[in-house]
Design a protein around this ligand. Structure first.
Ligand code: SAM
Length: 219
């Protein structure tokens, strides 16, 4: 554990030096919840490496730099109501919860990963993340509207329900692209009078967002 911790601290320091982690809040959250707590045992020694790693069901836990970039773009503040789509390992949700210090809702479409994330979150001592099984392209109406919606899988287009479930002044961060494994990261903002504005951050690579308003599941 000590060795893993040392390697993780070095990774966090390098993300700070590289200007990827810009805020003290994100730095602290990264130190509080190291990525090695959210991967299977056999991948723990690689958790500090700045690349995606496999998690069950053929999915991935994102690279530390990508998670840091999205969290910085989200500008999370204490008390915000946040929805994450694509729970995966639960790591990003744990970081969000540490930043907002309130309940976080996260939706995952693969039952095995819902269980995986719940186990990881429990082991890490995270109590304010609520993991739901479902199609996150429909958002999560019971807790809407949201200050922030963070999508961690690549969509062919921005799912309309996610825009609808944003508060005025709210922000949606989502990878969008016409190809399965390459997207552009969009930052969508809903203005106080309901207008939606889009900013493009740059190229990213996520696993596909499958579902009714995402890539269609071929059966
Ligand atoms: N945020 C995750 C973490 O911290 O480990 C990594 C997410 S992984 C890159 C993308 C996840 O999105 C996968 O677990 C995948 O099953 C999930 N996913 C894809 N389409 C989805 C949908 N429509 N609703 C919910 N989850 C979805």
């Amino acid at each position: 554990m000590e060795k893993l911790d040392g390697l993780w601290r070095r990774r966090v320091a390098s993300l700070v030096e590289g200007g990827i982690i810009r805020s003290e809040a994100v730095r602290r959250a990264f130190l509080r919840y190291p990525r090695y707590l959210f991967v299977e045992k056999r991948y723990r020694d690689y958790a500090h490496v700045d690349e995606p790693l496999p998690i069950p069901a053929g999915q991935t836990i994102s690279a530390p730099h990508m998670v840091a970039i999205m969290l910085e773009l989200a500008e999370l503040e204490r008390g915000m109501n946040v929805l994450e789509i694509g729970t995966g390992s639960g790591w990003n949700a744990a970081l969000i919860a540490e930043l907002v210090k309130s309940d976080v809702y996260t939706v995952e479409r693969i039952p095995e990963l819902v269980e995986f994330a719940r186990r990881n979150l429990e082991r890490a001592g995270v109590k304010n993340v609520h993991v739901f099984l479902g199609d996150g392209t429909k958002g999560f109406p019971p807790k809407a509207p949201y200050d922030r919606i963070i999508v961690t899988a690549g969509a062919p287009k921005v799912p309309e329900p996610l825009i609808e479930q944003l508060k005025p002044g709210g922000r949606l961060i989502i990878p969008v692209g016409s190809h399965h494994l390459w997207q552009e990261l969009y930052i969508m903002t809903k203005t106080e009078d309901g207008e939606v504005r889009k900013k493009r951050w740059g190229g990213v690579a996520f696993v596909p967002l499958m579902g009714e308003h995402g890539w269609r599941v071929v059966s």
